[in-house]
Design a binder for this molecule. Sequence first.
Ligand SMILES: *[C@@H]1O[C@H](CO)[C@@H](O)[C@H](O)[C@H]1NC(C)=O
Ligand SMILES: *[C@@H]1O[C@H](CO)[C@@H](O)[C@H](O)[C@H]1NC(C)=O
Length: 461
Amino acid sequence: MGDSSKLKRKPRQRRCLRQLTSLVGISLALYCLLFVYSPPQLDNGTTPWFPSRPSSIRLTPELLNNLSLREDECKAAFLGLTKEIDDTVAKGPFTIKKSGHLGPVQGRIKDGQLYIIHAQRRSDLSQDMLNARTAALHQLHRALLTSPSPLPDTIFTLNTKDEPFGTALQYSRAADPSMASKDPSTRSLLIPHFAFWSWPLPFITSMRHATTSITALEASYSNQWHSKIPRAVWRGTSWYNSAHSPRLRQNLLAATRNQPWADVQTLNWTSRGSGPDGATAHGKTATNALDVSEFCRYKYIIHTEGVAYSGRFPFLQMCKSVVLTPPILWMMHTTHFVRPVYSGVLLGRDKKGWKPSERARRAWGMGVKPEEANMVFVQGDWSDLGETVKWLEEHGDVAEGIARRQRELVADGGYHSPAAEACYWRAAIRGWASVARTEGDGWEELGVPFEAFSLTLDNEA
Ligand SMILES: *[C@@H]1O[C@H](CO)[C@@H](O)[C@H](O)[C@H]1NC(C)=O
Ligand SMILES: *[C@@H]1O[C@H](CO)[C@@H](O)[C@H](O)[C@H]1NC(C)=O
């Protein structure tokens, strides 16, 4: 009896073993399929972006300066450019509220024409605020005029202040979902910064101008990473902090004082000439400012956000340099191309229990590996800035790789080109129009044609 049952069991065991083997095999294959061959996942489930352009698309200077690319050409040339728009549109429809004469600009697009429904009086705005508003409306207008196909009619709200406010086309949104508006109906649809039109500071000028100078400067190094300045550079205003990181800049000054690896200076603002413009951006300059392209001479660039986003950020993304920043809190329209490695990972502290802050993890997850990164997130109190620079100096290949991936992705990828900007604005208008709704009365008024508004910059033309 015992013998026969043993005999019976044997083939069953063999079958079991075979099944087990194939099960293990299938699981292994599945595992490989899911984990080994998939792009590395950030902890928060967002897949980092690996653009690979169709080989038929060549980013020639003609293409990058062409403001009239078709929607399909835009998508093929600038993969992933509209991620912020797509994510916002995916949240579904929302209702536009009237902003009144103290709120952001509201306008209308009708039959390809731009109208201003209401706007703050120019006398109520500082020169900087007026500049930002004027720039944004012209950027929008340019994208309309150069559109190769009709854009949908819509009514829009445009907030050109530094801080995001309510539902609007605006410059930034909080990277950490828990810092965003608690009202689920609030939407931020990000727009390119006014620097893509013009930033009237002598050391910045505009993205188009800076792109040319940065490209010339980077070419002059002909990939000789070791000949860049091996220090971390920063210029800024020390008091310009945010409520979220109140002592960020003072702490930076303290952490870098008299350090041989740092070239950190607070800007020494002066007013050029006198007269009513003396206090405005037109007349302002700083004696120790660096031209925005000159930052790319340094291997390391320290980035600080201000009250909200920093308008310099898109410029720093153009350099073949390692940007060192506390985890970014404010997303601009191409910040999603950042693939950060945390300094704690570079320094091997993650193996000893170190973790990014809760806020950083909510916004950026666990980051990526050094060999995939294009930026470095340091501790928010700058406590490991010096060690991180030292580590990068000792690991020149890793440092150069991080710098190279940033420039290859953002600059060589043409994401800050005039063509990409026009593509982006049109995608933003299409996206906004597809989910924005108006309710009730008060929207009958067509508004002042932008052509008339642009002469008076008041909508009581
Ligand atoms: C710009 O792109 C459009 C759409 O492809 C094309 O028709 C036009 O000829 C291009 N213009 C220039 C100057 O290359
Ligand atoms: C700031 O600029 C003023 C005027 O050019 C100069 O007198 C002063 O020494 C400068 N201060 C610093 C810290 O560079």
